[in-house]
Design a protein around this ligand. Structure first.
Ligand SMILES: Nc1ncnc2c1ncn2[C@@H]1O[C@H](COP(=O)(O)OP(=O)(O)O)[C@@H](O)[C@H]1O
Ligand SMILES: [Mg+2]
Length: 497
């Protein structure tokens, strides 16, 4: 008899349905075969599953056992199929009561089995929950440790189990599992590492941080060591608006695919990733034979901080262009391509020293990369007398500025939906960035004077629009344009290289 159980195949951060069929037939030589494009880990599961079934107190069917993973054209990876394979074999062998089969048909199942029949956590259960919701399947059966993660997806009930035996008891109705209470995510405060109020001086850099947070503009800070670049970057997360529930779910999908945070409640604070400059292109943007998301995707909806930007390898810097442009990464493989989301706010810091023997400085960065950093600020060291003073009555705290940012973000949202100003393209800017005539005249004058490109035209309009939103104003005014033009300081520096 041939029976089925439904599980999933991960494709990037999305899960697709995978049906596990099992067939048991009489044969003089017992043998188990798995077909349907399994990788080595899946093929090895036949032994694991047989021993786990026996150690759980069931009898492994004697004869020829064939397991098929459909659709056959998608490669199946890893040990997630142990539990669904075990259940479909037990079902095919007639070892599950009929009502258990009926219950199994209403579930998506995944889990790795240890030899003693206990379950081990797997990757990708958040995408699995999203798949279940999309297909109208109400129940997920998963390893115990994956429960909290999967509980994030609402409208799906999650049944975490300790072992194969517990799953069979649940399906048979003899001993039901306890469901995870869904959608109970804790409210969280922003990852407030450095408070804006503790940073002395650097007024224009602090203003740039507020603009970056309000419009999600990428930011480049150039200044000598010790002037506070790292400190400023660490103040940025505390200025960003709270994550929406859609953003939380998307980020959880990424985390779930790398197996991060299984056993923990999902992250509701914007991520901050700060890879070292020795990071490879693959670790930054993702890749590998089994494609994994890279740093840019782990920073999805959060901040990617690249300190010492010019020290990164040319390959790594080149690889950043696609996610900066498209807000996602495409990883190609022999059989398919997968996409990972990568909508992050890039904050980069660089040392201006161009006289060093290795000649590493911002002049080493390519024009197209600099062009995608809307906000560029040059920092000078803060005078010692200012560092020593502890007078800070007139200083805005991060909490104050975050409120201003949130208001500006709401304004942009009412006008143009969820696309932040920093990601608006030319034709969208024509529609949304309404300018007073004198503001437009001023912008044109600056472009001609500095011989700037069309990219700079869009970039300046994006920044001016955010400054306008922060000012709670309906139309871009001349003062907004003037301030915006102050943030393209390296345009001249990179022209002609
Ligand atoms: N503007 C500033 N206000 C307060 N402290 C500062 C400021 N600039 C630098 N510092 C102090 O100097 C240290 C080094 O600053 P850092 O941010 O690491 O500089 P950079 O990254 O530019 O080399 C910080 O940990 C901080 O204690
Ligand atoms: Mg630093």
């Amino acid at each position: 008899m041939s029976t089925t159980c439904t599980s999933y195949v991960l494709q990037g951060i999305e899960a697709a349905r995978c049906v596990i069929e099992a067939d048991v037939s009489h044969a003089t030589l017992p043998r188990t075969t798995i077909v349907g494009l399994p990788d080595m880990a899946v093929r090895e599961s036949s032994e694991r599953v047989r021993i786990a079934i026996e150690n759980s107190g069931f009898e492994y069917p004697f004869g020829r056992v064939t397991v098929n993973l459909a659709p056959a054209d998608l490669r199946k990876e890893g040990p997630v199929y142990d539990l669904p394979i075990a259940l479909s074999i037990l079902r095919a062998a007639g070892l599950l009561p009929p009502e258990a089969g009926g219950r199994l048909d209403r579930c998506l199942v995944a889990g790795e089995l240890a030899l003693d029949g206990t379950l081990r956590p797997v990757r990708g259960v958040v995408p699995l929950g999203v798949l279940a919701r999309r297909c109208g399947i109400r129940h997920l059966i998963l390893p115990l440790e994956n429960g909290p993660e999967a509980g994030l997806v609402d409208a799906v009930s999650v049944w975490p189990a300790r072992s194969l035996r517990d799953v069979v008891a649940h399906l048979s109705g003899t001993d039901r599992l306890r469901p995870v209470a869904t959608d109970q995510r804790p409210e969280s405060s922003p990852g407030l590492d450095v408070d804006l109020g503790d940073i002395k001086g650097q007024e224009s850099a602090k203003r740039a941080l507020v603009i970056a947070a309000a419009g999600r503009h990428n930011l480049l800070m150039v200044g000598p060591p010790g002037c506070g670049k790292t400190m400023l970057a660490r103040a940025l997360p505390g200025l960003l608006p709270p994550m929406t529930s859609e953003e939380v779910l998307e980020l959880a999908q990424v985390h779930s695919c790398v197996g991060l945070r299984s056993g923990h409640a999902p992250v509701t604070v914007r991520p901050v990733r700060a890879p070292h400059h020795t990071a490879s292109a693959a670790s930054l943007v993702g890749g590998g034979t089994v494609p994994r998301p890279g740093e840019v995707s782990l920073a999805h909806h959060g901040v990617l901080f690249l300190d010492e930007l010019p020290e990164f390898t040319r390959g790594a810097l080149e690889a950043l262009r696609e996610p900066l442009q498209d807000r996602m990464v495409t990883v190609s493989r022999v059989s398919s391509t997968v996409r990972f989301p990568a909508s992050f706010l890039l904050v980069a810091a660089a040392n201006p020293d161009r006289t060093s023997p290795r000649r590493r400085g911002i002049d080493r960065l390519s024009g197209p990369l600099i062009d995608r950093l809307d906000l560029q600020v040059e920092l000078r060291p803060v005078p010692v007398r200012m560092l020593r003073s502890d007078h800070r009555a007139d200083v805005d705290s991060s909490a104050d500025m975050r409120r201003v940012v949130v208001r500006a973000v709401e304004r942009a949202h009412d006008r143009q939906g969820t696309v932040p100003n920093g990601m608006l393209r030319g034709e969208q800017l024509d529609r949304f960035a309404r300018m007073r005539p004198e503001a437009e005249a001023c912008l044109i004058e600056v472009l001609q004077e500095r011989e700037l490109s069309a990219r700079a035209w869009d970039s300046l309009r994006r920044i001016a629009l955010t400054i306008c939103d922060l000012d709670d104003s309906d139309e871009i005014e001349r003062t907004h344009v003037v301030e915006a033009t102050g943030y393209r300081v390296f345009d001249q520096a990179v022209r002609g290289t």
